[in-house]
Design a binder for this molecule. Structure first.
Ligand code: FES
Length: 228
């Protein structure tokens, strides 16, 4: 089988791939979004997906492999409809991340980086997402789920498996892994509530700012300073 036959299922991405490549002065710079585009079709980056990126960008398959295996957002095995990440880095771990991960492993009957038999959920422990002020945090297809508990985590995965519409705690509706990958490739985010350009800082971040300044946060949201 030739290289091109191996990735025949990806040829439908040719127009989108060309658009991505046209955004960069050097084609090699398009590799990261192109890998996301491949994941939007395959649900992971297969050997054929690596060939596809290499051919589109004039790179060797070794170069594409090196990048796709370095970054943890690129997957080597098919991911379920929902990639469920649980932060088990230090702060989240001690505030409940380890308990959430253990609970979900039992509840779903899968280990780390494994997918449920129905193909709906892939569970993975993830490193710090720079959202420690909302610890313990989870992600679903990279959208944040803040201030989680084992009970909330079980409810979340049950709703996702049941096909219910679920909102991330920061607004946007959760979409499938493949849909999220297309957005990460640089195409329009059609979801209601998706934030363009970032929103305002949340209550936990503002409370942390006050503490870092030696001030005492008060109030239900912790965003106002105690009067002297
Ligand atoms: S330790 Fe979990 S977001 Fe930083």
């Amino acid at each position: 089988m030739t290289d091109q036959e191996a990735y025949a299922h990806l040829r439908k991405l040719d127009a989108d791939a060309a658009e991505i490549v046209s955004r960069y002065p050097q084609s090699g710079s398009a590799l990261l979004p192109l890998l996301h585009l491949v994941q939007s079709e395959e649900g992971y980056v297969s050997p054929a997906g690596i060939e596809y990126c290499a051919d589109k960008l004039g790179l060797s398959t070794a170069e594409v492999s090196a990048v796709s295996t370095f970054y943890t957002m690129y997957k080597r095995r098919p991911v379920g409809d929902y990639h469920v990440g649980v932060c088990t880095n230090t702060l989240c771990a001690v505030l409940g991340g380890d308990a959430i991960f253990a609970t979900l492993k039992d509840h779903l009957g899968v280990g780390n980086d494994e997918t449920t038999e129905d193909g709906r959920l892939t569970l993975e422990h993830i490193e710090c997402n720079a959202a420690c002020d909302y610890a313990p945090v989870m992600t679903v297809n990279w959208e944040f789920m803040d201030d989680m508990t084992p009970d909330k985590a079980v409810r979340l995965v049950d709703e996702l498996r049941a096909g219910k519409d679920v909102l991330s705690t920061r607004g946007p509706a959760l979409c499938t892994f493949k849909q999220a990958e297309r957005i990460l490739a640089g195409f329009e985010d059609p979801r209601e509530g998706a934030v363009a350009g970032g929103g305002a800082a949340g209550h936990a971040s503002l409370a942390g700012l006050l503490v870092s300044q030696g001030r005492t946060p008060t109030g239900p949201a912790g965003t106002t300073e105690a009067s002297e």
